[in-house]
Design a protein around this ligand. Structure first.
Ligand code: NAI
Ligand code: 13P
Length: 335
């Protein structure tokens, strides 16, 4: 019998990944922070708080004690980005494979998830799993492909691929941990911008333009930080950007729509964020992304606009006018 896989984080994505891993009967131990989630998973095989509607496999067991997972050989870290360091630091891991699944940049430090994890768990072998993956679709067993970027190269991939791959869940190998970390963080911020375009009713042309120009921002920053162009153009970069900018299933896109419908109003983000019970990572990443881009001398006008909008410094309509009034320039990233 294969060893159980540990999933740290019982939100929508952690629960969906647990469901996917358990689809062949494998034992999965899920750490959830909320006692009601632990109780519902164990007693009813459901997670009504974060993944309503999904009937979970009985081989998923939940616990509220992190220590129960510390000895497992493979752990998927699925807490929100701002909590990764604190939760991972409590695990005291030695030698486990740790797969990072959160998408964001740490606010205080400006670090990518891979750097946060390397500091919090120096004994772990790190990998990044990222791509176009709405939790409900993965939980339903719909076909999905992701990038699995391994710090331990092909030897780590050989260990992890059989644990993570399923007939409808295809990881693709990469050695580019930086690229896989950046794509998911940046696309969440750009999805808020795309939602604003949708909320303002600016049309499909504007959305496609924003995806393309947003991708140019992702590329500029990614290349400056050491990512590979192919990774940024792949599942964890462009693939996830397109998904998240196309559907109100995305919490980031939906947040942008809610902002956009406010039109000329400034400062609406605070109330929208306060009433959320699920995470829209782009709201946390936007300000620190702008800071990191500045440090690298990279212009990211769309990301900066989202940060200003969230901060209450500009209205949605004024932001669009500001972006449209930028000087004409060459299209290529370095043009
Ligand atoms: N939902 C999705 O479709 C996908 C989500 N992700 C990423 O997965 C990460 C987790 O997102 P979801 O599972 O969707 O979250 P969620 O919005 O469904 O649930 C919130 C999660 O935050 C946790 N949390 C709140 N405060 C915490 C704290 N102080 N310490 C530790 N955990 C805390 C809750 O326990 C819960 O697990 C995010 O980085 C997200 O970008 C990635 C791919 C798909
Ligand atoms: O990362 C995701 C899809 O790949 C989920 O997007 P949201 O966090 O915007 O819902």
């Amino acid at each position: 019998m294969s060893a159980a896989v540990g999933v740290v984080g019982g939100g929508a994505w952690g629960t969906a990944l647990a469901q996917m891993l358990a689809s062949d009967g494998r034992d999965v131990l899920l750490w959830a922070r909320e006692a009601d989630v632990v109780e519902a998973v164990n007693a009813e095989h459901r997670n009504p708080r974060f993944l309503p509607g999904a009937q979970l496999h009985p081989s998923i067991r939940a616990t509220g004690a992190l220590a129960d997972l510390a000895a497992l050989p493979v752990l998927l870290m699925v807490t929100p980005a701002q909590h990764l360091g604190a939760v991972l630091g409590q695990l005291s891991l030695l030698g486990s494979d740790v797969v990072l699944c959160a998408k964001g940049i740490e606010q205080g430090s400006g670090r990518l998830m891979s750097d946060v994890a390397a500091a919090a768990a120096p004994g772990a072998a790190l990998a990044v799993l990222s791509g176009p993956t709405f939790a409900h679709e993965v939980a339903d067993g719909l076909p999905t492909a992701v990038t699995l970027a391994c710090t331990g190269g092909e030897a780590q991939w050989a260990r992890l691929a059989p644990v993570i791959a399923r007939p409808a869940f295809r990881p693709y190998y990469s050695a580019d941990v930086i690229g896989a970390s950046i794509g998911g963080a940046v696309k969440n911020v750009l999805a808020i911008a795309c939602g604003v375009v949708e909320g303002l009713g600016l049309g499909a042309n504007a959305r496609a333009a924003l995806i393309s120009r947003g991708f140019a921002e992702m590329q500029r920053l990614g290349l400056a930080m050491g990512a590979e162009a192919e990774t940024l153009a792949g599942l964890s970069g462009l693939g996830d950007l397109v998904l998240t900018c196309s559907s109100s299933e995305s919490r980031n896109f939906a947040l942008g729509i809610a902002l956009g419908v406010e039109g000329d109003k400034t400062g609406g983000a605070a109330a929208l964020l306060a009433e959320r019970s699920t995470v829209a990572e782009g709201a946390f990443t936007a300000p620190v992304l702008v800071r990191v881009a500045d440090q690298h001398g990279i212009a990211m006008p769309i990301a900066a606009g989202v940060a200003a909008l969230l901060d209450g410094a500009i209205s949605p309509r004024a932001l669009v006018a500001q972006i449209l009034a930028r000087p004409l320039r060459a299209e290529a990233p370095h043009g």
